[in-house]
Design a protein around this ligand. Structure first.
Ligand code: GDP
Length: 364
């Protein structure tokens, strides 16, 4: 489950990525400063495991995490090999979803590669490269499929879908705006197109605009555009996020409170990413550790158990489940919740829910 961070040069990708890794990767004021795609791992904020750790006297607290790829250097002309063009497009192909950073901050010292600040032009520039790359692939595929479809009826749906997709692209729209049946959508997914990948737009604003972002006209432009694709927008100030990421927990809370915020932009990004990818967390708790685990929404209990260990999936007998909220409604007392019948015994068909606190029983 990886998300790729893309955007034009000098929009704040590295700054945001630094906030993600706490590491301090090169963030210089010129294009192409990061060449290899870097991976940053960020913990998914979840108060629940801290509460569980108190109840269970856990020695360790282990949050779950998601990964971000820094895919720097995408510029106009990438699909024709400009800049480090095709290399970057192939990196985007490998990620599950895209985080597109758009510059909404003013800073005279930082040049914009295409002149002034214009988020819509920036979004279109990048989206166009993704669409051109998709178009090229689809055109090649259409030619092949049309030939083969003469003798193979099963390819007719494919030809249909490709034609529909090409039409949308020719209208200048991303494939994520395409209305498809489930079968058609599955087929398109198998082509691994770039412009159909789920996307979050990050509006990167100035420090001074934090707390009054509705007054930033650029942010509103990004929101209006995102709405046409059914995409989410997360507003951050990458520079502030980088500062926050260097603070300890206490300082961080104070810093956010001073800005009138309860959560950081990075927290918002992680949560939006989780939603975008259709992910949920189930929880395990005990004296050794309290821990959150990531699964796709709709995952049955044995496969969820497999996240912990393949042996537990293989030898799965049953899951003892209580929802976190039910446990807390009983003051965190498992005994009292059990008495009320709130600890359920679930079998292999049980579909896990976000916030399930689980104990798996299995044969070794
Ligand atoms: P990248 O090329 O997209 O990776 O952009 P960088 O992260 O290297 O940022 C380019 C420049 O913009 C750096 O000098 C950053 O300090 C500056 N910058 C990034 N984010 C912000 C921000 O939120 N506010 C301001 N004022 N400057 C920023």
């Amino acid at each position: 489950m990886k998300l790729g961070i893309v955007g034009l040069p000098n929009v704040g990708k590295s700054t945001l990525f630094n906030a993600i890794t706490h590491a301090g990767a090169e963030s210089a004021n010129y294009p192409f400063c990061t060449i290899e795609p870097n991976v940053g791992v960020v913990a998914v904020p979840d108060e629940r495991i801290y509460k569980l750790a108190e109840i269970y006297n856990s020695k360790k607290i282990v949050p779950t995490a998601i990964e971000f790829y820094d895919i720097a250097g995408l510029v106009a002309g990438a699909s024709k090999g400009e800049g480090l063009g095709n290399k970057f497009l192939s990196h985007i192909r490998e990620v599950e979803a895209i985080v597109h950073v758009v510059r909404c901050f003013q800073n005279e010292d930082v040049v914009h590669v295409s002149g002034g600040i214009d988020p819509l032009r920036d979004i279109e520039t990048i989206n166009l490269e993704l669409m051109l790359s998709d178009m090229e692939l689809l055109e090649r595929r259409l030619e092949k499929s049309q030939k083969l479809a003469k003798n193979d009826k099963s390819l007719r749906l494919e030809v249909e879908v490709i034609k529909k997709a090409l039409q949308v692209l020719e209208e200048g729209k991303s494939l994520r705006t395409l209305d498809l049946t489930d079968d058609e959508a599955a087929l398109l997914r198998s082509f691994n197109m770039l412009s159909s990948k789920p996307i979050i737009y990050i509006a990167n604003i100035s420090e001074s605009d934090v707390g009054s972002e509705e007054e930033n006209p650029y942010v509103n432009q990004v929101k209006e555009f995102a709405a046409t694709e059914g995409a989410e927008v997360v507003v951050v100030s990458a520079e502030i996020e980088e500062e926050i990421s260097q603070l300890d927990e206490e300082e961080r809370k104070e810093f956010l409170a001073d800005l009138g915020l309860t959560e950081s932009g990075l927290d918002k990004l992680v949560q939006a990413s989780y939603r975008l990818l259709g992910l949920i967390s189930f929880l395990t708790a005990g004296e050794p550790e309290s821990r959150a685990w990531t699964i796709k929404r709709g995952t049955p209990a044995p496969q969820a158990a497999g996240k912990i260990h393949s042996d537990i999936e293989r030898g799965f007998i049953r899951a003892e489940v209580i929802h976190y909220d039910d446990l807390m409604a009983h003051g965190g007392s498992m005994a009292s919740a059990r008495e009320k019948g709130l600890v359920r015994i679930e079998g292999k068909d049980y579909i896990m829910k976000d916030g399930d606190v689980v104990h798996f029983r299995f044969n070794v």
